[in-house]
Design a protein around this ligand. Structure first.
Ligand code: SAH
Length: 255
């Protein structure tokens, strides 16, 4: 494979370090039964996943050339040719599933929003992202990188930053460092508030993250009278998931 072959617009940066590939695959919990790999490319992770016993394993790859390559090299591999973002996970899996991949970085956030939408189907995610995205997802309140995805995902997942990966282990090398994170579904089945309103509140809060919640939430056009003043005086990046739930409940109570 040469650099010319890599298609930048598909976020193609092929991992060339077998040790790191194995480390990513080994980060998947041994109990994962139904597994989907996003963007297998030339199969650097795929070959270790195929070797696992008793897993129902599928890959989804958008690039025709990679799909042909995978069929040629891994007989019997379940390859779905298409866009992960358009895929109906419920049609593929009737049970819960794990997602793994060295993800296409151009759609990192969209992959994570889809995981959030599918939180009752997806019990685990092990994946490589740009380091900055990985840090953002794993950040807690009070951190500058804490944002919408950190709050939404940590409401339903335990998030671990596993390790950092340098640029030179990819072909072609990306401009930024990468990192592997793991999301493991927690015990929360439902939040104690309207979940749609929770998402709206979190988004509105962070869309104007320098403003106090009182000002940032005005755009929702909803009554804030029942929300405790101490919370309205804070900024979104200072609030925990529980505090966002409290705010959402208070807004609901006035509707
Ligand atoms: N896992 C491989 C390739 C990583 S590059 C490795 O580590 O070497 C990202 C891969 O995702 C590419 O193969 C690219 O074609 C694929 N891809 C990009 N967008 C996609 C999408 N929307 N759905 C599925 N695969 C996608």
């Amino acid at each position: 494979m040469n650099e010319v072959r890599a298609k930048k617009f598909l976020g193609q940066h092929f991992l060339t370090d077998e040790g790191i590939a194995r480390r990513i695959v080994d980060s998947l919990s041994p109990t994962a039964q139904h597994v989907l790999e996003i963007g297998p490319g030339m199969g650097v992770l795929t070959k270790y996943l195929i070797g696992k016993e008793n897993i129902d394993f599928h890959v989804v790859e958008i690039d025709r050339e990679s799909v042909v390559w995978l069929h040629e090299h891994y007989e019997g591999l379940h390859v779905i040719e298409g866009d992960f973002l358009k895929m109906d996970l419920n049609a593929l899996f009737h049970d819960t599933c794990a997602i793994i991949g060295n993800f296409p970085y151009n759609i990192s956030s969209q992959i994570l929003f889809k995981v959030f939408e599918q939180r009752n189907r997806v019990t685990e995610v092990v994946g490589m992202f740009q380091k900055e995205v990985a840090e953002r997802v794993a950040a807690g309140p009070g951190s500058k990188t804490y944002g919408i995805l950190s709050v939404l995902l940590s409401a339903f997942y335990n998030i671990e930053y596993l390790f950092t990966v340098p640029e030179h282990v990819f072909n072609p090398p990306p401009k930024v460092k990468s990192a592997v994170i793991r999301l493991t579904r927690n015990e929360v089945t439902a939040l104690e508030c309207d979940e749609k309103l929770f998402v709206q509140t979190v988004k509105a809060g962070f869309n104007q993250r320098r403003k106090t919640l009182r000002n940032a939430l005005r755009q929702l056009g909803l009554p804030l009278d029942a929300v405790p003043d101490v919370l309205l005086a804070k900024r979104a990046e200072q609030l925990s998931v529980e505090e966002f739930v409290t705010i959402t409940k208070a807004i609901e109570s006035c509707q």
